[in-house]
Design a protein. Structure first.
Length: 514
């Protein structure tokens, strides 16, 4: 029968396309420790949920012998599927086909699935594994990238955009991931750079390996371009799946609620903050002692570690945490930690995720290096992001809240909805030693025993300011609470803020200190 013959023909055509760049290229991919593009999609999606489109798209390039080349699927796979039942749009570049390089039709496949994701208001996942702009296609490749960047920007804050770097991501190609919300990298596999080692050698005469220049660790620890770091592709896919459970499908929805769970008994909120205010502690222990099932999903874990950001749940609902980390640089705000916090606050605000801020910091980091690298500009991003955010915003001051740090970390003055403070909170313009040296410099230097005089003044200053009660007396803090009461009060605050609605003056958009 004709239909049987035609089905056979279709299956044969599919089989050819599924071979990608052929056996040799596929073997090379596997030998590099990389999964093949379709296997990546299958590993990420719910079983049998993936549907592929544009399988038979072909390139139209004619120069440099391209008219004699067949590039199956033009080096990229696009489609839709589900992750834990949540619909997603996805593309995955196939390095076995012309190095996953991006030509016109390749880019049109990507922009087609991007348009679909935006129209359907579902998350978009892009798996990058490519040699960049297809050199033979000239300006058409550049046009393709431009169309992608434009859509990344259009979709920003409307649907979640996730980039996965599973191979090279070179040249201008890096800017699509950089425009998306979360970038995932994998040890030894991910490589991101604007100009590769060859160019650096030619232009600067410096030798550097691809790994040292833009490997996974570089972007997870040094540049801050990556948000999640994994040791294998499978671990990376598990991280993506977990992220999907914490975020909504789009900006008009809330993240899915789960069955509430108590924190695990081994995480006790009391006794984490040491009695001596100069001693550090890991603020993640405080978060784990508060959130459901002690499950805290940290983002940018290895970069700007003086601030901690990530997702947890309170009473089954997703919450974004921003917390100073006293373990690193006493939890100060500096150039990088300000960027990290501000961007996360904006993410949570765009996607209806309430923000809980845990405060313990001596202020912004002083120093020539910080001033010259723009701590004023970067620090202002934190003020801007918190002031602008209209999702429920709750603050708990655990210990130090000095100076600009007090204001920046979601203070009442930036419109926090609830501000709680532990009895250990110290809220002042600066720490006691520094303050005494400045305002009583004359008294100290003229005293018979300057050391004794300084100690006395510090003691008086501490008694007056190293507590939460002066701020509580002005109503800047709503409640001074026992650490043990924290979870109960946060659950309550999240619940009563569920229908929060505020709006600012009408404007096209603000001008944040980018
Ligand atoms: C066309 C490309 C290609 C490209 C790789 N290939 N990159 N074809 N355009 N950009 C092809 C190779 O010719 C080869 O084809 C196949 O893909 C596999 O590549 P290999 O070099 O054999 O693989 P490998 O040794 O693993 O090296 C991978 C690589 C290297 C590091 C990515 O291929 C490379 O350096 N490529 C060029 C990277 C680059 O400079 N891209 C342009 C950036 S400029 P055959 O047929 O031999 O199998 C850019 C501007 C965009 O992207 C601006 C947007 C704003």
């Amino acid at each position: 029968m004709a239909i049987k013959r035609k089905i056979k023909e279709l299956l044969k055509k599919r089989e050819i396309v599924f071979k990608g760049g052929g056996d040799k290229a596929r073997e090379k991919q596997v030998a590099m420790g990389k999964l093949l593009a379709r296997d990546r999609i299958r590993a990420l999606m719910d079983e049998d949920s993936f549907n592929e489109y544009d399988l038979f798209v072909e390139h139209e390039a004619r120069d440099f012998n391209m008219d004699k080349k067949t590039l199956h699927g033009d080096g990229v796979i696009i489609g839709t599927g589900t992750i834990f039942g949540a619909p997603v749009c996805i593309y995955a570049q196939d390095f076995t086909v012309a190095g996953g390089s991006l030509g016109l039709m390749h880019s049109r496949k990507i922009t087609k699935i991007m348009d679909h994701a935006l129209k359907m208001r579902v998350p978009l996942i892009g798996i990058n594994d490519s040699g960049g702009a297809r050199i033979q296609e000239g300006v058409n490749s550049l046009a393709g990238y431009g169309e992608i960047f434009f859509r990344n920007t259009l979709a920003s804050g409307v649907i979640p955009q996730i980039s996965v770097i599973l191979g090279p991501c070179a040249g201008g190609a890096v800017y699509s991931p950089a425009l998306t919300d979360f970038v995932f990298v994998v040890e030894k596999i991910s490589k991101m750079f604007i100009t590769g080692p060859e160019v650096i050698k030619t232009v600067l005469g410096e030798e550097i390996s691809m790994e040292e220049l833009g490997g996974a660790k570089v972007h997870a620890e040094i540049s801050g371009n990556a948000h999640f770091y994994a040791r294998s592709e499978i671990e990376c896919f598990d991280q993506i799946k977990k992220l999907i459970t914490f975020i909504p499908w789009n900006n008009s929805q809330k993240a899915k609620s789960f069955e509430p769970k108590e924190p695990k008994p081994e995480y006790k909120v009391e006794g984490i903050v040491p009695d001596d205010p100069t001693l550090p502690y890991d603020v993640r222990d405080v978060i784990r002692s508060i959130v459901d099932d002690s499950d805290f999903f940290e983002s940018q874990e290895l970069w700007a570690t003086n601030i901690i950001i990530g997702f947890g749940r309170l009473g089954g609902k997703t919450v974004g945490f921003v917390a100073n980390q006293p373990l690193v640089l006493a939890g100060v705000l500096d150039v990088d930690s300000s960027d990290k916090a501000a961007r996360f606050v904006r993410y949570c605000d765009a996607f209806n995720i309430p923000i809980v801020t845990l405060v313990d910091l001596p202020g912004y980091l002083p120093g020539v290096d910080q001033e010259h690298t723009g701590v004023i500009r970067h620090g202002a991003k934190v003020l801007y992001a918190y002031s602008e955010a209209t999702v429920p915003k709750i603050t708990v001051i655990l210990r130090k809240a000095y100076g600009g740090g007090y204001i920046a970390m979601n203070s009442r003055h930036l419109r926090a909805d609830f501000v709680f403070a532990w009895p250990t909170a110290e809220i002042a313009v600066m720490g006691p030693e520094g303050a005494a040296n400045i305002i009583f410099r004359k008294e100290i230097s003229e005293a018979e025993d300057p050391d004794k005089a300084r100690k006395q003044i510090v003691k008086e200053y501490k008694a007056k300011f190293a507590n939460p009660y002066v701020a509580a007396a002005r109503g800047y803090i709503d409640s001074v609470i026992e650490p043990l009461e924290t979870r109960k009060l946060l659950l309550h605050a999240i619940n009563v803020s569920d229908n929060k609605s505020v709006s600012g003056p009408k404007k096209k958009h603000g001008i944040p200190p980018f």
